[in-house]
Design a protein around this ligand. Structure first.
Ligand SMILES: *Cc1c(COP(=O)(O)O)cnc(C)c1O
Length: 354
């Protein structure tokens, strides 16, 4: 067992903080002064180290590059109005990371390394957390197979890392969505519920085609009938139909179980809506639109929190929404923001102090 006290810290000689324009922070482009690294070797996790952010020296035979044993997480740290730093629901990401690890035949990571390592790293790079509204410090834990051997088999060594990237508002403009009918993201028995690197590589062609057609993202449908709705790009999806909120259910293992999805379900219920997690088809959605019952559609995810959908295309039918008159998605977004910045009570213990 690793004692969290064992984290060895080597500080950067010079901070890059002043080199970066905090008014212009494209998502995922800049990284803080330090990173965390821990290796799994000979059946055990070695003590993590925190060191200056730097390139890795790896052989081209690195197993992860060839066979895709590679997983990640996405989490955010914020500062509240008093300037105190905290992380939003990192325990849920920790649990999900290990669900992904097990599916990909990778070792689970101890809580001490993931959570305490993250807390220490952020405490060290605290000045990098932007204090501006809608800005945050994006946290990227990852793990990959680090055997240097070409052979299709589970790796015996793995590297776990945490990177930190200051980020501005992401994806916040209402989205135009294309309902995908040719390509699939996930099938039952596959890896759709895991946050493994390959899922994203596999999705890029469909997203690129949707972009060429003038859409921001695809809404994935099931791989057999292309009829049951799954999720939008890297976001879970919700529909307000009548006075109910409906989101696709998780039981087939084809949908990533979003932490923001869970926060949204909790808050929507507190707002008085009835929330249904169930199968929902594109026909049901088009029908609800025809009868005037489809009120809102939005995506949920750590990167953008809540993103409204302003246009949805299915075959030759296009649904245009006037998002200006929406009630639910903007209120949900505001409540989540208020919990983060401290203007609303954190009743569910979602904030993890740095
Ligand atoms: C990360 C991710 C989400 C959103 O999950 P959050 O925990 O809310 O950030 C949804 N779908 C996919 C495919 C994802 O990778």
């Amino acid at each position: 067992m690793i004692d969290a006290m064992d984290i060895q810290i080597t500080k950067a000689k010079r901070s890059k903080l002043k080199d970066i324009d905090f008014n212009d922070l494209p998502f995922g482009k800049y990284f803080t002064d330090h990173m965390l690294e821990a290796d799994f070797e000979d059946g055990d996790w070695k003590a993590p180290v925190i060191k200056p952010y730097q390139p890795l020296l790896l052989e081209p035979s690195l197993a992860a590059l060839h066979y895709g044993q590679s997983i990640f997480e996405g989490i955010k740290a914020y500062k509240n109005k008093e300037g105190e730093a905290f992380i939003f629901r990192p325990r849920d990401n920790f649990k999900r990371f290990n669900v992904s690890a097990e599916r990909m035949q990778m070792p689970v990571i101890p809580e001490e390394i993931f959570l305490e390592g993250m807390r220490r790293l952020i405490a060290l790079d605290k000045d990098w957390i932007p204090a501006k509204e809608d800005y945050s410090l994006y946290i990227r834990p990852l793990m990959f197979a680090s055997d240097q051997l070409i052979g299709v088999k589970p790796s015996e060594s793995f590297k776990f890392m945490i990177l930190l990237s200051p980020t501005g508002p992401y994806y916040s403009a209402p989205m135009k969505i294309y309902v995908e009918e040719k390509y699939s993201r996930a099938a039952p028995g596959g890896v759709g519920f895991a946050k493994n690197a390959g899922n994203y590589g596999a999705s890029m062609l469909a997203s690129a085609i949707a972009k060429k057609r003038g859409y921001d993202q695809v809404l994935w449908t099931d791989s057999v009938e292309h009829k049951w709705l799954q999720e939008v790009g890297t976001m879970n999806v919700f529909f307000i139909i009548g006075s109910k909120a409906i989101t696709p259910s998780l039981e087939e293992g084809t949908i990533l179980e979003g932490v923001t999805r869970d926060s949204a379900i909790t808050v929507l219920k507190e707002m008085g809506l009835s929330v249904e997690e169930r199968k929902i088809s594109i026909e049901e959605l088009m029908e609800a639109h025809k009868t005037g019952n489809l009120k809102e559609a939005f995506g949920t995810g750590t990167a953008a929190t809540i993103s409204m959908i302003k246009e949805l295309r299915y075959k030759d039918s296009v649904i245009h929404f006037n998002t200006d008159g929406w009630k639910t998605a903007p209120e949900l977004k505001k409540i989540l923001k208020d919990i983060r910045d401290g203007s609303r009570e954190d009743r569910h213990g979602w904030k993890f102090a740095v």
